[in-house]
Design a binder for this molecule. Structure first.
Ligand SMILES: Cc1cc2nc3c(=O)[nH]c(=O)nc-3n(C[C@H](O)[C@H](O)[C@H](O)COP(=O)(O)OP(=O)(O)OC[C@H]3O[C@@H](n4cnc5c(N)ncnc54)[C@H](O)[C@@H]3O)c2cc1C
Length: 457
């Protein structure tokens, strides 16, 4: 981008404009996944929505694409891009809770930690991610799976309205009554339709929960997975949680001699009456005796940040994902082959249940289409040393190759890799054509193309 145009952008916005010759450029182009090394034309940290409109228009006038960054957690590194205008919303993280209307409004760069910190003192929460450093924006726009999804639906199901700056730099307030098509598209359609500067959520009374992680021997993994697939069919909707494969981290509640060993885990969150929590979880104890556990009452944000230390910024990431109708015996066998081969403590495999309230929304009521799937599986490869890239990506690929034929064609856009672009139509099933038409309305030039990209029809 020419210097004169950068200077003009600096004149036009109230926030920060960082260009390649600035000292802060290397920091500003960096994202959470350390594998990503891209050089944007400019990084804008807006002070307000008008700055976002200005930056989008500037990109259009200069024929440059826009990369949007909220919490920076995109595994393919969509929050930065070569020769793009990056709009880094980490300068906009405010959250305002309205206990009267049981709603909360988050700015586009807020994280789930920001959201929980604002809502928990009111005894309120909504479905959010299980790691507190993840962005509210990216997670919600792709769908939003978390502990509370079986009870309250996906994060996007709790989105009441959003302020959106679309491809021509215009401002829209999208809700059920205004710009309803845009409102439909952003509930699952990812960052394809514009920059979301503010999101209003429905919040629910959730204060203390009963839950936490339990670790089991690998030899019990088969029975644990079989238990989970039965249990979750009619478990009360206040139960959220998932089975996982995880190397035992060096935590005080895990016997020291087991640290570093691959184990099977069940992570639970009971958001119903606290005194019922132990009973709800009783049936898993009939299946196997935990090697270690840290289960009990705790504030909801404590569980939502319990695993943050396992995934600090600066790891290498490569993930794959699928939706699953039925966790068949064959699928369980595939998990038993690949789960125990976890290469490092940061990597994990989670099988999230997405039944309950998620199924109460029709498949065509929001862009998120897989309302009939029962599980969303993620194979999350995360490791510290770039020298180990090949070994770790291979583990993810082998695991995925074994489980994909036993899964649906599509997967959850937020858990996907850069090389999954060929699956975008499958991810949206019957909703894809409508999304492609709306892309033509709101972003005909495909300015917002760093995402699981929907091509304008
Ligand atoms: C450690 C970790 C834990 C995770 N846990 C969960 C989980 O529990 N549940 C779950 O559902 N997903 C989870 N995810 C996946 C997560 O939903 C996606 O990575 C998501 O894209 C992250 O959003 P972000 O704002 O942090 O990322 P960014 O990299 O900042 O954004 C990713 C993309 O989202 C879009 N975007 C973000 N903010 C905006 C905005 N305000 N306006 C317009 N577009 C925007 C843009 O296309 C952007 O490129 C996790 C990811 C990681 C790395």
């Amino acid at each position: 981008m020419e210097q004169a145009r950068i200077d003009q952008l600096r004149e036009d916005v109230r926030g920060e404009v960082i260009a390649p010759n600035d000292d802060s450029y290397d920091d500003a182009r960096r994202v959470y996944n350390a594998m990503i090394d891209r050089r944007p034309a400019v990084v804008v940290r807006p002070a307000n929505t008008t700055d976002v409109m200005t930056a989008v228009r500037c990109a259009g006038e200069n024929d440059l694409p826009v990369a949007v960054r909220g919490g920076s957690h995109s595994v393919p590194g969509f929050g930065t891009a070569d020769d793009a205008v990056v709009i880094d919303l980490s300068s906009r993280r405010g959250v305002r809770v309205d206990p009267g209307t049981q709603s909360a409004r988050a700015e586009g760069g807020a994280t789930w930690g920001d959201f929980d910190a604002a809502a928990h003192p009111f005894g309120l929460a909504t479905t959010g991610g299980i790691i507190s450093t993840t962005g509210v924006g990216g997670l919600t726009l792709g769908g939003g799976i978390g502990y509370l999804a079986r009870g309250f639906g996906l994060s996007c199901d709790n989105l009441l309205s959003a302020d959106v700056v679309t491809g021509d730099g215009s401002f829209h307030q999208a809700s059920e009554k205004d710009d309803a098509e845009l409102y439909w598209a952003i509930r699952g359609g990812g960052g394809n339709f514009g920059v979301v500067t503010s999101m209003e959520f429905r919040v629910h009374p959730v204060d203390q929960i009963y839950g936490g992680p339990m670790f089991f021997e690998l030899e019990d993994a088969k029975e644990i997975l079989k238990w989970f697939r039965e249990f979750i069919v009619d478990a009360p909707e206040q139960f959220g949680g998932f089975p996982a494969f995880q190397i035992a981290p060096p935590l005080p509640f895990i016997p020291e001699e087991r640290h570093g060993e691959p184990l099977c885990a069940v992570v639970s969150c009971w958001a119903g009456p606290l005194d019922q929590g132990a009973d709800v979880l009783a049936s898993v104890r009939d299946v196997a005796t935990p090697v270690a556990e840290m289960v009990g009452p705790m504030p909801y944000p404590a569980l939502n940040s319990a695993f943050d230390a396992l995934v600090p910024p600066g790891l290498q990431h490569y993930w794959k994902a699928n939706f699953v109708q039925e966790l068949t015996d064959e699928a369980i066998e595939a998990h038993l082959v690949h789960g125990p081969k976890l290469p490092v403590v940061n990597s994990t495999v989670h099988i999230y249940p997405i039944n309950g309230a998620v199924h109460q929304v029709q498949s065509d009521a929001t862009a998120f289409a897989y309302r009939d799937a029962n599980f969303a599986t993620v194979i999350a490869g995360m490791w510290p040393d770039p020298a180990d890239n090949e070994q770790n990506t291979q583990w993810v690929r082998d695991y995925y190759d074994a489980t994909a034929p036993l899964s649906e064609e599509g997967g959850y856009v937020n858990f996907m890799a850069d090389d999954d672009q060929g699956r975008v139509q499958s991810n949206y099933k019957g909703n894809y054509d409508r999304l492609a038409q709306l892309k033509r309305v709101y972003d005909p030039g495909n300015l917002f193309r760093f995402n699981q990209n929907i091509q304008p029809a």
